[in-house]
Design a protein around this ligand. Structure first.
Ligand code: SAH
Ligand code: AVI
Length: 328
């Protein structure tokens, strides 16, 4: 076997091109409001990222397995169409599914640089090392930061970029935020670049419900870990025992809604903010929506952002979509 020296994986911060609220601002505007909510990006500290990775292996959480199989079967076609010099992946997490594309690149003799872009540096370094070990030719150049802070500083110029946004993470945006984010991607893409978007589809609500209420309780732990993030980052004193995970499918909006419910009155201090907040039995914090799309709605959203559809790959069994899109 060939030996090669693994170069160090260094995460490069991306300069924001627009202002995004800080955790303090999000807590003041979201948690101190009557209609309590927080953006889902705060789930992903090191422990939250590990918990998400465990969710992916839970039998009820079908999206990872289904999208993985779909990528495996479509990877050669995607690589042959795009001939990528660079693969940029938003919200790459553990970079599990990229392996299929990289294997197809090896077979077809394309050797792109891989650029994961995530808020969690630790997962990018760990998975970057694993990938560089498996693919000796691969350069991994992670970007660290919040992708909602603007894409104007992405290293995209003058090559064939495959931009990927997988896992159904587009569904964690509201409709308006989703179109806005896709429009931003569209605006930084050139004529030879392609977007690969993975999105979960509408399906039997019982299957959806089970996926966000796994019996082992990993999704519950992932949701409630948000309270630990607030305790650590803002000197809060949430007592987890007073709160409960609650997720359900809202069929009129075609979305999972995930909440943290307060089961016992608690006054929570936020030392860093020098404020406290009274939670009453029955109060709920909306921590995530996860929208599920029809095929038509998904394609319409991409067209609204300016894209034309080049290919639409669909899974068998549980519906899930991978759409390859480009500038018209
Ligand atoms: N794409 C992977 C991981 C999905 S989990 C998969 O399909 O399995 C969502 C990932 O997006 C996490 O790794 C999280 O850290 C990252 N993420 C969420 N919000 C983000 C944001 N605003 N900016 C950058 N990364 C974000
Ligand atoms: C990252 N995102 C697509 C996941 C989802 O299914 O919406 C996050 C998640 N939340 C609970 N389980 C998984």
């Amino acid at each position: 076997m060939d030996t090669h020296v693994l170069s160090e994986i260094i995460c490069c911060p991306v300069d924001p091109t627009k202002l995004v609220p800080s955790l303090t601002e999000d807590v003041l505007s979201g948690l101190f409001a009557a209609n309590k909510r927080l953006p889902p990006k705060y789930f992903y500290d090191d422990h939250g990222s590990e918990l998400f990775d465990q969710i992916c292996d839970e039998p009820e959480y079908y999206p990872t397995r289904i999208e993985d199989a779909l990528l495996e079967s479509s990877a050669r076609d995607i690589v042959a169409r795009v001939k990528p010099d660079r693969i940029i992946e938003f919200g790459s997490g553990m970079s599990r599914k990229i392996r299929h594309l990289l294997s197809a690149c090896s077979e077809l003799e394309y050797y792109p640089t891989y650029i994961p872009f995530d808020v969690c540096d630790e997962v990018m370094i760990k998975s970057g090392r694993d990938l560089a070990e498996k693919f000796a030719w691969l350069d991994v150049a992670p970007l660290s930061g919040d992708y909602t802070a603007g894409l104007g500083n992405l290293p995209m110029k003058g090559e064939r970029n495959l931009v990927m946004f997988l896992g159904g993470t587009i569904g964690n945006f509201t409709e308006e935020q989703g179109v806005m984010f896709l429009t931003e991607i569209f605006e930084v893409m050139g004529p030879t670049d392609r977007l690969l978007l993975g999105a979960d589809r509408v399906k039997d609500p019982n299957i959806l419900h089970a996926a966000y209420n796994d019996v082992a309780g990993v999704t519950a732990a992932f949701n409630l870990n948000l309270l630990e993030v607030l305790n650590r980052e803002l000197g809060a004193n949430f007592d987890r025992a007073n709160f409960q995970h609650y997720a359900f499918y809202n069929p009129t909006k075609n979305q999972i809604e995930m909440h943290i419910m307060c089961m016992h009155d608690q006054e929570v201090r936020f030392d860093v903010l020098r404020r406290s907040l009274r939670f009453k039995e029955g109060d709920a914090i909306c921590t995530e929506i996860s929208r599920k799309f029809t095929r038509k709605k998904l394609e319409d959203m991409l067209r609204q952002a300016g894209f034309k559809i080049c290919a639409h790959y669909e899974s068998h069994g549980h519906p899930f979509s991978l759409v390859l899109a480009a500038q018209p």
